[in-house]
Design a protein around this ligand. Structure first.
Ligand SMILES: Cc1cc2nc3c(=O)[nH]c(=O)nc-3n(C[C@H](O)[C@H](O)[C@H](O)COP(=O)(O)OP(=O)(O)OC[C@H]3O[C@@H](n4cnc5c(N)ncnc54)[C@H](O)[C@@H]3O)c2cc1C
Length: 576
């Protein structure tokens, strides 16, 4: 029998401690108690690994209208324009709030880093005020020399705020420091959410409402109950469903799977963004080689040393990210090579070391001197554009349940994500979700309200039942199934798809799911088993979504339907 643990009661439950979860928690804590549960150390998140930066309109030659246009173009007809406008226009003020919380974005070299705070505030404020006026009216934003703005693929202007090439780590650091200073927030590390608790699952009538979740305390192996009036899923993406990914191990799609099992709609899971160049090395399973390396002249070569990008696109190595990813994939499939080579050795060694200090150091640590030899690279699953269906306030179809960040599908990204729009979306939607959740909380807490009792979590929620589950004695099955899913998703549901490969993947996943479910109900839950079950479900949702989309649009590319259908529509899946 599992040792079932205690019930924790909070006003707000936040599952996940990346940018979305922490932003929401800090705002909700103004009116109530907040539990942040997170399955590893509190900093371990996709957020912590973000390199490039966060997109927001800050420059004098930029405008919100241009950022909206770039986002819509990248989204290939599937973005929700009202959501794009909301997120883009609220971004600059919230980025400013990050700065006030202590995030140190890189400044332009001719800016003094020691500028007094008043001056920093004034210039940022001026830029924001001007930026706010530029949506619709088309006026340019005011001048700012404040931040060193990067330019990335698909952006028509420089608008990516960054902290060197460790932007995510800096944002995570500042948000965690703010959380530590907030007495209304309790952070539970190594607390792995297993499933949501809903009125529907608890057999209550009326609209389906979220009451909290079950979570495995990885220190005690007890399954504990978290009861809350409002729950936010902020569990990030699902890159681990693929053999090669830039994502850290936490990205196993848990929140998405939990939401689906609770009957929430899941949209557009076929749109997985692959980063073209991840270092191919057994010890560097998720290390990205930034696109900026190609931007500075690096050339992709096959295993015979021949450059190949000219055969795929007139822009050769500077072709768009998805074209480069497909080209590497095609070369690898054609020649049987396990990787392509990224060669920048023709550039001056000092320049390489100065321009890419982190990449150079990391590669050297792993035995590659990029100034002298080409780097082995593979495309890798990078970002999940689809997710739990929400509006721009993060509200899901289930009462009392919000979702924000990479786990959610608001309609910002459409069929393809514009670089650095994901941190922006997580920040803005978490902020808006907190605003709505705080209002709902006050309604639920008002004694005179008719909803006061209806929305409150039951004083005691049903405890976790694990029956007579024995200890798993065949953990090798879990490892084997985990590897099989990731390999088959890579081979059959990767960058270039066909119906035949997708159907083959579907048949394999259905078999694996039967086995995994059997295992899940027969044995005591472990972190690996919980993640495996979620991974298998996410794989199924990606395959089903891909089969439903009979066209090539944005990130979904299939040889069977190479052109666009005239009517752009979302793929929405719900539990039958
Ligand atoms: C290498 C890399 C570089 C990137 N670069 C950029 C960039 O430059 N710009 C940009 O905009 N985006 C970038 N991205 C994407 C961006 O980092 C993510 O989309 C964003 O950080 C997601 O934030 P989040 O808060 O939604 O989730 P995350 O930051 O991933 O946080 C998820 C949290 O949920 C927790 N969690 C998950 N499952 C459970 C569970 N079952 N129980 C409890 N806790 C759970 C995790 O432990 C983690 O704390 C990059 C991503 C990667 C991997």
């Amino acid at each position: 029998m599992d040792t079932n643990g205690q019930q924790h009661n909070f006003d707000f439950l936040v599952i996940g401690s990346g940018i979305a979860g922490l932003t929401f928690a800090l705002k909700a804590a103004r009116v109530g108690s907040v539990a942040v549960i997170t399955k590893k150390h509190r900093a371990e998140s996709n957020t912590n690994y973000a390199q490039g930066g966060i997109a927001a309109v800050m420059a004098a030659d930029d405008s919100l209208e241009l950022h909206v246009r770039d986002t819509l173009e990248c989204g290939a007809g599937l973005c929700k324009e009202d959501v794009v406008r909301t997120i883009v226009s609220e971004g600059p003020a919230l980025v400013r709030e990050l700065v006030e919380r202590g995030v140190k974005f890189s400044e332009r070299e001719n800016n003094s880093r020691d500028k007094p705070p008043a001056r920093r505030a004034a210039s940022a404020k001026a830029a924001l005020a001007a930026a706010a006026g530029s949506l619709g009216g088309g006026a340019n934003v005011g001048p700012t020399t404040e931040f060193d703005l990067g330019r990335e693929g698909g952006h028509s202007r420089r608008r990516v705020l960054h902290a060197g090439d460790i932007t995510g780590r800096e944002i995570e650091r500042a948000l965690l420091a703010a959380v530590a200073a907030e007495k209304n927030i309790a952070v539970f590390e190594e607390m792995l959410a297993i499933d949501l608790i809903t009125t529907q699952k608890a057999g209550q009538s009326g609209a389906n409402r979220c009451l909290g979740c079950y979570a495995l305390n990885e220190k005690t192996n007890a399954v504990e109950v978290f009861a809350a009036k409002i729950t936010l899923i902020a569990t990030g993406g699902s890159g681990k469903v693929y053999l090669y990914t830039s994502n850290p191990d936490i990205a196993s799609g848990d929140g998405l799977a939990m939401a689906y099992r609770a009957d929430a709609g899941i949209a557009n899971m076929e749109f997985i963004q692959f980063h073209p160049t991840c270092l191919y090395h057994p010890k560097a399973k998720s290390f990205l080689i930034s696109e900026a390396v190609r931007g500075e002249g690096a050339i992709l070569r096959g295993k015979d040393g021949e450059p190949f990008m000219k055969r795929y696109h007139p822009m050769a190595d500077l072709a768009p990210r998805d074209v480069v990813g497909r080209a590497i994939d095609a070369e690898m499939k054609k020649t049987g090579a396990e990787y392509a080579l990224l060669d920048i050795t023709h550039k001056d060694a000092d320049f390489i070391r100065k321009r890419f200090p982190n990449i150079y150091a990391k590669c050297l640590e792993l035995g590659y001197d990029m100034t002298r030899e080409p780097l082995p690279v593979v495309p890798a699953a990078h970002y999940q554009c689809g997710g739990v269906v929400t509006n721009a306030d993060g509200e899901t179809e289930i009462e009392g349940l919000f979702a924000a960040g990479e786990v959610a599908c608001t309609g910002l990204h459409g069929a393809n994500r514009l670089a650095s729009n994901s941190l922006l979306e997580a920040l803005v939607v978490a902020h808006r979700a907190a605003h709505v959740a705080v209002k709902q909380h006050s309604t639920l807490s008002a004694p005179a309200s008719a909803k006061a009792t209806a929305g409150k979590p039951r004083s005691t929620l049903p405890p976790w039942e694990s029956g007579n589950a024995a200890d798993p004695d065949e953990l090798v099955v879990v490892t084997h199934n985990w590897d099989e899913i990731r390999r088959l998703m890579w081979d059959y549901v990767g960058i270039v798809r066909t119906d035949k490969r997708l159907l083959r993947a579907r048949a394999r996943i259905q078999n694996l799911q039967r086995e995994i479910n059997q295992f899940y109900w027969d044995y005591k839950v472990t972190p690996d088993l919980i993640e495996l079950r979620n991974l298998a479900l996410v794989a199924e949702l990606i395959i089903e979504s891909a089969l439903q989309r009979r066209e090539s649009r944005g990130l979904h590319y299939t040889l069977d339907y190479p052109s666009l259908q005239p009517d752009a529509r979302d793929t929405v899946l719900r539990k039958a």
